[in-house]
Each structure stands twice: as structure tokens, then as C-alpha cells.
Design a protein around this ligand. Sequence first.
Ligand SMILES: *Cc1c(COP(=O)(O)O)cnc(C)c1O
Length: 637
Amino acid sequence: MSQPWTIEDSEEIYGVKRWGAGYFSIGEHGNIQIAPNHRKPDVNIDMAEVIAEMQAEGIQFPAVIRFHDILRSQVEILNETFRDTIQSAEFEGKYIGVYPIKVNQMREVVEEILDAGEPYNYGLEAGSKPELMAVLAYNENPGALTILNGYKDEDYLTLALLGRHLQRNTIVVVEKFTELEMLVRLAKKYKVEPIIGLRSKMMVRSTGKWSSSSGDRAKFGLSIAEIVNAIDYLKEHEMLHCAKLLHFHIGSQLSDIRKIKEAVTEGARLYAKLHQMGVPLEYLDIGGGLGIDYDGSSTTTDSSRNYSTEEYVADVVYGVKQICDLEKVPHPNLVSESGRAITAHHSLVVTNIVGEVSLTATKFDFSEEEGEHVLVSNMRELVTSQDIHPQERYNDAAAYKQSAYEAFKLGILTIVEMAKIDTMYWQILGEIHSSLDDDTRQIQELEELEDILASQYLANFSIFQSAADTWAIGQLLPIIPLKRLNERPDVRCSIADITCDSDGKINKYIESNQISENILMHKLNKSEEYPIGMFLTGAYQDVMGDMHNLFGRLTEVHIFSHDDEPGAFYIEEIVPGHSAEKVLETMQYNTDYMAKMIKKSIDREIRKGKIPPREGVRWTDFYERCLAGTTYLRNGK
Ligand SMILES: *Cc1c(COP(=O)(O)O)cnc(C)c1O
């Protein structure tokens, strides 16, 4: 018989350590545990305790859990890696990074990053007017940078000049030549000296999903010819001394380190040549793109990366140094705009499985009946003939089912007979699947039985709200059970959400370091909830969700680790999710009016004597309570 199941077996399947970056692992009781502080690897939080405390607080699933210590750790790791590498390389510039808030604009996230980044003068990046307004208000550190990207209008540029008035290092990165003309005009009008960055349209083409961010047809940036023109223009207006930064960004989630090296070489060479032309550049901004190993494979697949943070930093620092030394120009200060790498790990979506859709679950009494249709008898014979070759058995079953379907459409087969045939068909497929050996498993049709027979586990969440990229661009996010990882998972299933959209399904999972169309989970117990976690949702997913089916934002739980607390953590804040009322109002519904209309209809029925008055009041209250309540399924009901 098979060996007892261990947490090592679960680790092998789910690869928690491979994508967990030191923050997530499987604890000895079979629960996921979190070590959120990279400086204190011994502080471990048990996920089961977090869930218990959330339930004690009355928090409904689905919910977002944020680990603020993970955010802080990621900020510290990036900054310290740059510091250490700069020191050992004897690089003469410093590292002064910024966090691009578009990756996760939640105020609490931005505040935590700024606070953790303060010792390193870590700043912020904005790419739109509202982001700029947030960044101006929150980045008060006079030693930090504020980098402004994206297309700009007069208001955007004027706000940037306001930043200069407030003694901030707001750097306007010019994406388009016309922005430069506008900026020069406004700077003269308001008599403020801007700091100007030039974004280069890079020649290197990145690979992966965001490859269109670079190359000749990129949406953003100036071509070499435009950069040369921009310099002439600034000279003409006696503002060349304002041009202090050269910027590039070749795409997000760069999976191949060789593309990064190529981009750094091109960018550093451009910096050196411009410097030699008399442009007083002080900063080289290498943009974002530092990847996350979502699938834990350490490869160049779209959801992975073939390098470590140390390697990335070393390639940037040594790459820039080498070219600057060859070209005899001073080393610039290095700026990077890592968003994904800072935020991806810090949050996850927790929800529970609320049901199962299984093709083999329906039982039906298919004992022989007198005068039954021959198709039913044929199928029954196939149930008992277990010694014929699986391929032959499968072919026969499929043929009988097809004939039965035709006969049913013609009215020859009764509905009960059709139900029997259907039930037997799935039972036979299940038996064939479990009887496969190493040889028969090679037959493609039989191998596919695994997918055909997989159950669907229904999870109380919306993919469009919580994992937009899995649907939009096939992003892979690890999904695993949060408990029972010391038990054998023996149900092959896929996860479907509760939206009314057949696209609301996850069809990529990590399994044994491969990408699989379904995943092994545990058999559901009636008496116990089965919580699952979707991990690495902190970058983009958290803030991209849409209103499909009007589910709206999730409740959030913010967790801090603390050695002195029981379980080494405490819930610092609970941010309630959107109520039904709130999401309806964003779609222009007037919920007061809706409640009034329902009350009016109920009153009418009361007057007609169809509903007793007391009960009518209860129905009115119930409708109003539902408006104020959650859009997701209420736990267990
Ligand atoms: C989106 C973006 C970033 C962030 O990229 P990540 O891959 O998340 O680090 C940085 N800079 C610019 C200009 C961007 O558009």
C-alpha cells in the first residue's frame, strides 16, 4: 500500500518554497505558515490561527490578507542589495529607488513602503494626474525622488512645478517632444526651475508579455533623433542644466536576465554619450521589470524569471560601471522603479470552497428492469465487463452514450433511461481511469480522462475582481489549500468562481514544478471549511479588479507580526469590502429609490391581504439588510 502522506509530499506538489521567496512554507501541522520578516526568520505565523482570528472577528470570506512586514522586507532587501553591491563594486553613484504606485495604489501600501524606505530615501513614481496628486501629498521626504512618467497635460506639468515650489525632487520624465515644449513654457510662466528626465525609446526588444513596451514602435519615449532635438531645444532656452535624468523601461516581468543586461548596456552607453555632449545627467533610471517567480520554476517562462535579485542588481551596477569607465564619464546615481517585486508577495486572497460540481457524483439506481431499452442493457454489461481493454471499453461506452443521446432526441428513450445511461457512462469512465497502468496511460484519449473527470471546486470569489490577469493575460498565480497539507490530496479538480461567466475559472496551476490544467485538492468534509489561498496577488491584481457581476472589492485584513503576541501576529486593521449598495451606486442606481419601490410593492400585497403586515415589515427589512450586506456568498449559507 502507499506510504503515509507527509508535508514534504505536499511541498513537492505545490512548490510553496519555490515561489514563496522565504515568506511561505508548510508547517508541521499541515497548515501554511508565514515568516513575514526577513530579519526574523524564526517568527512564524500559522495561517490556521489567522483564519480563526478573522472568523472570531466576524470577517467573511473572501478576504484579502496583507502582511505589512513582507512589504517592509521587500523594500529593505532591494535597497540593501543595491547598497552592498555598490559598495563592493566601488561604484561612485548611489542607489535612490522609487516605488511606482500604479502597481498597488492602496494608501496603506504606499505609506508602509515610504516608511520602510525612509532610511534609504526611497521615493515614489506616478504615471497619471491622480497618482501625481497622491504622490505629492505623501512623498514629503526632501531626500527622496518623485518621478513623473506617463502622458502629461498642462495640469499635470503645473502640479509637477508645484512640487518644485514645495522643495520636492519632482522629475518630469518627457515621453513626447510636445511635453517638453509645454514644460518649458510653463516653467517660464511660473518662474520655477523643473528637473527634467528624458525617456528613451530603447532599441532592445524585451521578450514576454510586455515586449511592446520597447522597440521602435513603443508607445512611450523619445527616439535618438528626438533626444538630440530635445537637447538642442533645451540649449536654445538656456535650460540644458535642468536635464538630469535618463530613463528607460523595457517592460514588466522581465523573465530573461540577458535582456536586462542588453538594456542596461544600451542605456548606459546612451547616458555616457549624452554626458560627453555636455548634458549634465546625474541619474540613470532603469525603470521596472524586476520579475517574480510566480510558478517557482526559475525559467524564462512568462510567469517566472531566470535570475535572483542579487544577480539583477549586480548586472545593473557592474554593467553601468564598466561602460562609464570605458567612456570616462562619472558614474550616475542609479534609480529603479520596481513595483511588482516590492508588492507581489505581501497579499493573498483567502476564500473557501462552497461546493463541488462533479460528473461522477450523481448516483442512480441502474438495476435491471423488465422491458428496458437495449442501449441500457448494453451499457450495464459494460459496467460489469472490467476485463476488456480500457481503450475498447472507452470506445464502446462513448458509442452507446452517443446512440442513447440520438434516441432520446427522437423520443425513443425515456428520461429515466437516459439518466441511467449517463450515470453508468461516468462510472465506467471513472473505473477506466483508475485502472490505467503505465502502458495504457500513454494512449492520448485515455490520458485525457484525467481532465475530463476532474471535478470543479466552487470558490467564493470573483476571478475578475481578484485575479484579473489570470483571465486577461493567462497570468499564473499559485493557488493552494491552506490546511490539511499533511493529508493526501486525492481529488483532481479545477477551481471555478461564483460569477455567472463561464470564463470565471482558473485553468493553470502549479503541480510538481509543472503547469497543469487542474490541481489535486482534498476531499471536502461536510463538518469543516476548506480554505484556499491565492498567493502573490499584491502587484497589479489587488487594484485591477473590475465590477463584473457587481461583486466589488473584498474585505481586507492588515496583519503585523509581533513576537510578543500570541501566534506572533495581530490584526491591525479591517477594511470592509464593498456592500451591494456601494457597487450598485457606482453603476448609477439609487438604492434608496430601489428600497422604496420594493416597500411599495410589499405594501400593496399587504393591502390586498396577500402578505400579513408583520411579515411584510420583515421582508422590507430583509431587502434593506441585503443592500447593506456583502456581495459575495455569506459564509456557509
Ligand atoms: C509599470 C511601470 C513600472 C513598474 O514595473 P514593474 O515591472 O512592476 O516593476 C515602472 N516604470 C514604468 C515607467 C512603468 O510603466
